[in-house]
Design a protein around this ligand. Structure first.
Ligand code: SF4
Ligand code: SF4
Length: 63
């Protein structure tokens, strides 16, 4: 299980209509920003799914 970021759907945090909400909702601090895109630190991620639920572009997937 891991959270995947689809860079074709996420246009970057600076272009996110929710102002990078995925980073803000992660209580584990598991989403880092790399070159304006969210990057999941799998060892810190608890698989809670909040980032997936809150992304306005369906750019995150838990699989
Ligand atoms: S699934 Fe939860 S813990 Fe993992 S990156 Fe998303 S918000 Fe953070
Ligand atoms: S909430 Fe979605 S669209 Fe916004 S920065 Fe995060 S992954 Fe990209």
């Amino acid at each position: 299980m891991a959270v995947t970021v689809f860079s074709d759907k996420c246009k970057g945090i600076s272009n996110c209509s929710y102002d990078g909400i995925c980073v803000k909702v992660c209580a584990m601090g598991a989403i880092e920003i790399k070159d304006d895109f969210p990057s999941i630190n799998e060892s810190a991620c608890s698989q809670c799914g909040l980032c997936v639920l809150n992304c306005p572009n369906e750019a995150l997937s838990k699989n």
